[in-house]
Design a binder for this molecule. Structure first.
Ligand code: RUB
Length: 307
């Protein structure tokens, strides 16, 4: 496998590159770079690009942004009748994918910020660049806010979140995941805001493990739960058809600390049903999960590009 492709796959698998949006942008760029080195007829180039895209796609199976961003590059390659045009189209599409994902985040930030009340206390889970963009936009618009970030075991993305919040000058606190119910019960939390790895055809949000539980507890305490999800997070697949990635036991506990013979379960995403989601924050504004799905699916690239 060419070095760049292999390196990108390794970086995604090891979580050096993580978070759905960032994974999608990196993978699209790696695929476009790979296409630059391909030879043969246009059909052969397309075939080799599809093989590379499938390898990249398998690096993290749950976040559909990866699949969509790769699909956009493949569709551009498939549409060209000469190899030089395929290479140019791959390069330009990867660049556009990067720009669109960033523009999507900015649009979501604008809409979302309007729904964060001045003085709000917000609970967030994991590290989502999109959820953070909403909070940063609210802060920049002059609102005061306080954010409680869950630690998000086992990878502890909450530490990235609090660092990013602090860099934005947003007052924040870190809490262990198991404190969520207590915090919802005892603090005046105005809303819960998370990102999205995938939004499925049946309106289900797939996001970092623990999200579904946080949403259930938010519903119990009548705290609105929002998911920031741009176009590239949507898929025609149903939630049950999206595999939930299981990662290594060593991310949870060192082997020496675990009783011999005990197993470790490490599913890293879960499924939040639409009934627990007040709204998705999309590029067009707020919408119910089902409405957001209806709007976005029409724009998602067809699977033909994958062959
Ligand atoms: C990250 C995660 C994030 C989404 C959205 O999981 O679940 O909430 O990817 O992020 P991991 P963004 O750390 O396992 O990749 O808004 O940046 O796309």
């Amino acid at each position: 496998m060419p070095a760049n492709l292999q390196q990108t796959i390794a970086d995604i698998r090891s979580m050096k590159v993580r978070g759905a949006a960032s994974i999608g942008i990196h993978a699209a760029r790696a695929l476009a770079d790979h296409v630059q080195g391909l030879d043969g007829t246009p059909a052969q180039v397309l075939r080799q690009a599809r093989v590379a895209a499938r390898r990249l796609d398998a690096a993290r199976p749950t976040a559909v942004t990866l699949h969509n961003c790769l699909g956009w590059v493949l569709a551009a390659v498939a549409a060209q009748a000469s190899v030089p045009k395929q290479k140019k189209a791959a390069r330009e599409t990867a660049r556009l994918v990067g720009m669109e994902v960033k523009a999507s985040r900015a649009a979501i930030a604008n809409h979302g910020a309007q729904h964060v009340p001045d003085g709000a206390v917000v609970l967030t889970h994991c590290h989502s660049s999109t959820a953070l963009a909403v909070l940063a936009a609210a802060k920049r618009s002059g609102k005061s806010l306080e954010v409680i970030a869950t630690e998000t075991r086992p990878f502890r993305q909450g530490l990235i979140t609090v660092k990013a919040l602090r860099d934005e000058g947003i007052s924040c606190a870190l809490a262990v995941d198991s404190a969520v119910e207590h915090l919802l019960a005892t603090r005046d939390i105005d809303l819960v805001l998370v990102g999205a790895d995938t939004m499925t055809r049946d309106g289900v949000l797939i996001n970092k493990i623990g999200t579904a539980g946080v949403a259930a507890l938010a519903q119990l305490h009548e705290v609105p739960f929002y998911a920031a999800a741009g176009l590239h997070k949507f898929t025609r697949q149903m939630a049950a058809d999206i595999p939930i990635e299981e990662r290594a036991a060593g991310e949870v506990v060192a082997a020496r600390d675990l009783a011999r013979g005990a197993r470790v379960l490490n599913p890293v995403f879960d499924r939040t049903p639409p009934g627990r989601i007040q709204a998705c924050i999309t590029e067009e504004g707020l919408a119910s999960p089902r409405r957001a799905v209806q709007r976005n699916l029409a724009r998602i690239v067809e699977e033909d590009a994958w062959g």
